[in-house]
Ligand binder design. Structure first.
Ligand code: NAD
Length: 489
């Protein structure tokens, strides 16, 4: 396990030598320490990224050459996938097959953006002007030095979603992983070094948000901020970015609805409801945590959901057969249990779940189903970020859409029905950046990802993810020999 930061192509100790403990959320045992980077480390990383952007070979080389490095990083992740997946489980708690899935996706993300880097070569758009005396073209260029700040729910995957498109675009980057899950990001430094990435192109500094994160956000040499995390932190970053008008993209939280009509297949509905809220222990920004079910299906569906949710195997993410691991840490565990208690105080019924029985160590919360949740209760309105679903009945399509959209968030929404026309109609009516029909959560590197309303600004993934790291430049040439004749007649 790495204990060093990655700055200017070297694996280096944090200045001051302070560390943060790494706790296994399944056992509560401290099994490692990561470097607690300082503002000085963050500043050194930004200066390295600045120098690599301004004077290094990175942005001068072709997209095809950059693609070679991205593919080498993808291969480096694949070569070490079993070991990285194990680290992800120890650090985050998620079941091993989920970690393996994430890491396969992370490698795939580097390969995908390698392809887009190649497509950037020679990309020029000629613009037809309404004035024949001029010809104009648009070219795209890297934004510059990007600062990436990411959360703990998909540690290496969230890093890949930012590092891969930024590097493909020709940007250089400073990455700050979450202080709660930094192990695989530190390994990414070693993988990038092994891939021969030019010095300073990627820098990785672990540490606290208030120190390392804030130093990146405030640094005048950072041209662009790419943030994934909570709404309050995102809002704080946006205010800070305003001070020197930094380009900023935000991927924030959600309270996503899942509307299920009475013509849906009940078994498929139960499967996708559970996938939509129990995958990754519900610590998913796009989790469909508000389920709306047409009245005539509601009683039978609720009964099936409660029966199936109870059967989910809870345990250590490394244990064979675990489908639900512990929450990431003690803080999140206490927050989620408090949110369940508060829901009950505010009028909801705890139909199943709560604190998982049979564990004297570890941050285990059972798959939790809340019914009768008042529309004003925190559990209905606020992101819980745990395996907690609110379920309620609706009467009409119009009511379902209204309830679904009645949120300050707009990250994702899902609908299940056998009626294709209705599915398309409801999908069009959702005010959300990601809509699933007859499923919930499948995520593809090729497709745009991001939210409406307070769920964020900008899109990641696909070609949209590359746009985050590109500026568009207009180059206009005078081609007429006629005198301009404004001052000199
Ligand atoms: P968080 O906002 O607490 O922290 C996110 C990151 O910001 C961490 O690396 C943290 O150290 C850093 N940070 C904190 N204060 C900072 C500051 N003052 N300056 C700079 N950086 C600072 O979020 P979290 O608890 O790590 O993650 C959970 C949240 O992330 C949830 O709200 C979830 O919905 C959201 N999320 C969104 C997406 C998406 O794609 N929309 C994906 C995953 C998670």
């Amino acid at each position: 396990m790495q204990t060093r930061l990655f700055i200017n192509g070297d694996l280096v100790a944090a200045t001051g030598g302070a560390t943060l403990p790494v706790v296994n959320p399944a056992t509560e045992a401290v099994f490692h320490h990561i470097p607690a980077g300082t503002a000085a480390d963050a500043n050194a990383a930004v200066l390295a990224a600045r120098a690599a952007f301004d004077h290094g070979p990175w942005r001068q080389m072709s997209g095809a050459q950059r693609a070679g490095y991205l593919r080498a990083i993808a291969q480096g992740i694949r070569d070490r996938l079993p070991e990285l997946a194990r680290l992800e489980v120890l650090d985050n708690g998620k079941p091993l097959p989920e970690a393996e899935w994430d890491l396969g996706d992370a490698a795939g993300c580097f390969d995908f953006y390698a392809g887009l880097a190649e497509e950037l070569d020679g990309e020029v758009e000629t613009i037809s002007l309404g004035d024949a005396r001029f010809v104009s073209k648009a070219v795209r260029e890297p934004v510059g030095v990007a600062g990436a700040i990411i959360p703990w729910n998909y540690p290496l995957l969230m890093a890949a979603w930012k590092v891969a498109p930024a590097l493909a675009a020709g940007c250089t980057m400073v990455l700050k992983p979450s202080e709660h899950t930094s192990l695989t990001a530190l390994e990414l430094g070693a993988i990038a070094k092994d891939a021969g990435l030019p010095s300073g192109v990627l820098n990785i500094v672990t540490g606290l948000g208030q120190t390392v994160g804030q130093a990146i956000v405030d640094h005048p040499d950072v041209d662009k901020l790419a943030f994934t995390g909570s709404v309050p932190t995102g809002a704080r970053l946006m205010a800070a970015a305003a001070r020197n008008v930094k380009n900023i993209s935000l991927e924030l939280g959600g309270k996503s609805p899942f509307v299920i009509f009475a013509d849906a297949d009940i078994e498929k509905a139960v499967e996708w409801i559970m996938f939509g809220i129990f995958w990754n222990q519900g610590q998913v920004c796009s989790a469909t945590s508000r389920v709306l079910v047409e009245r005539s299906l509601y009683p039978a569906l609720l009964e099936r959901l409660l029966a199936e949710a109870q059967k989910i195997t809870i345990g250590d993410g490394l244990a064979q057969g675990t489908l639900l691991g512990p929450l990431v840490n003690d803080l999140q565990y206490r927050k989620v249990l408090a949110a369940i208690d508060r829901a009950v105080v505010q009028g909801a019924t705890l139909a199943g779940g709560g604190k998982a029985a049979g564990f004297d160590k570890g941050y285990f919360v059972a798959p939790t189903v809340l019914t009768d949740v008042p529309l004003t209760a925190d559990a209905w309105v606020e992101e819980i970020f745990g395996p907690v679903v609110c379920i309620r009945a609706f009467e009409t399509e119009e009511e379902a859409v209204r309830l679904a959209n009645d949120s300050r968030f707009g990250l994702a929404a899902a609908v299940m029905t056998a009626d294709d026309a209705r599915a398309e109609r409801v999908a069009a009516a959702f005010r959300a950046g990601i809509v699933w029909i007859n499923c919930s959560q499948p995520t593809f590197t090729e497709a745009p990802w991001g939210g409406y309303k307070q769920s964020g600004i900008g899109r990641e993934l696909g070609r949209w993810g590359l746009d985050n790291y590109l500026e568009t430049k207009q180059i206009t040439r005078l081609v007429s020999d006629e005198p301009w004749g404004w001052y000199i007649k």
